[in-house]
Write a protein that binds this ligand. Structure first.
Ligand code: NDP
Length: 331
């Protein structure tokens, strides 16, 4: 391995305010100076990658840029940290794919403290089926459990249920014995959601704007992946003492609510960040997914794509039309 070693990356260029992604040949010397050089075999697709690839400056400030907030593969060289050549690792979040070239390239070079040892029994593809979206779903569920959520309390709603985060949340909650209500705008995903374990499917109109400040409680707890107006409506419908894990903003980052769910029903709004949390918290969730939290149906239904299909797949995220888990295979 030398600095002249060539590799392929799906790189986004900016020209006159337009952002275009295409396969480019780079050199290892083009990567930022960091501790660990990793040969990436797989990445995972996330909404944030679509934001980066479409020029969202809140995600990526400078172009050309290689998106990909997730990466899994093998360490080639390490100048610091616990890893050495040949170790299998995965990297999610921190600055990967935002302003540090990410997993849509065949190599990344990152700080040692962004790298997690591959959980026992997993290969890179399996890790990337879960990816940041799976990690986030796991963190959302973990927060609900920490607040005392139990299946006996009643139904758990998942919004954006067919999406990358939502679909893993549906399966994980169902596996844990919860009665899951999947809220989804995609009628054609109803069978897939039932297959993941959803007991009931509701359309997005279940969270349509209502004038009333509070509604009849319908759900004991919830995982919200969409934010905005639907989250405000969800908060009106939670049983006394129930909680909502909140991680996303596809329906908007503005949250217009009242204090009523909090002071009349003692509800909890639980924020979930999967990006900047300590590595040990990420590792704990990965180990759960590699063991008792395994989502075998998600693993079986994941779709693999090559770099040439990234454009279409990322556009589908921006249109809210993506569903399930998509893995980028560099081979
Ligand atoms: P996806 O696009 O895969 O899933 C989002 C789903 O939300 C869609 O599939 C769709 O599901 C639904 N949806 C889309 N647009 C709208 C809309 N306008 N109104 C209501 N529902 C809509 O994205 P991800 O699952 O990758 O990410 C979901 C969110 O979570 C994103 O905002 C992302 O940025 C955030 N996120 C946050 C993380 C964190 O650390 N906090 C980490 C990972 C993701 P359906 O058709 O079934 O309704």
């Amino acid at each position: 391995m030398t600095n002249d070693t060539e590799f392929k990356a799906w790189r986004v260029q900016e020209q006159d305010g337009e952002y275009t992604g295409s396969e480019q040949t780079l050199h290892v010397s083009d990567l930022p100076e960091n501790d660990v050089l990793i040969r990436v075999s797989h990445s995972s697709l996330n909404y944030k990658d679509a934001l980066s690839a479409s020029g969202n400056k809140g995600v990526t400030r400078k172009f050309p840029h290689t998106p990909g907030i997730d990466a899994a593969g093998e360490v080639v060289e390490a100048s610091a940290g616990p890893f050495s050549a040949g170790d299998k690792v995965l990297v999610t979040g921190y600055d990967l794919g935002m302003n540090t070239d990410g997993g849509f390239g065949e190599y990344i070079r990152v700080p040692a403290d962004w790298c997690v040892a591959m959980p026992r029994g997993w290969d890179a593809r399996t890790a990337m089926i879960y990816g940041t979206a799976g990690l986030t779903a796991g963190l959302c569920v973990k927060k609900l459990l920490t607040m005392g959520a139990e299946p006996e309390q009643g139904k758990v709603a998942v919004s954006g249920a067919s999406g990358a985060v939502g679909s893993v949340a549906v399966e994980l909650l169902a596996n844990l014995g919860f009665e899951v209500v999947a809220i989804s705008g995609k009628q054609d995903q109803a069978d897939a959601l039932r297959n993941l374990g959803a007991a009931e499917i509701l359309g997005r109109d279940a969270l349509a704007a209502e004038k009333k400040p509070m509604l009849k409680p319908a759900f004991a707890n919830a995982v919200d992946t969409v934010g905005g107006g639907p989250l405000a409506e969800l908060l009106k419908q939670i049983h006394p003492g129930g909680s909502v894990s909140c991680c996303g903003l596809v329906a908007g980052s503005q949250l217009e609510t009242t204090v009523l769910p909090f002071i009349l029903r003692g509800n909890n709004l639980l924020g979930v960040d999967s990006v900047e949390i300590p590595l040990a918290e990420k590792q704990a969730v990965w180990d759960k997914f590699a063991g008792e939290w395994a989502c075998k149906k998600t693993e079986a239904s994941a779709r693999d794509i090559g770099r040439g299909e990234l454009d279409d797949a990322l556009n589908a995220f921006l249109k809210g039309e993506s569903s399930g888990k998509i893995v980028l295979d560099h081979s």
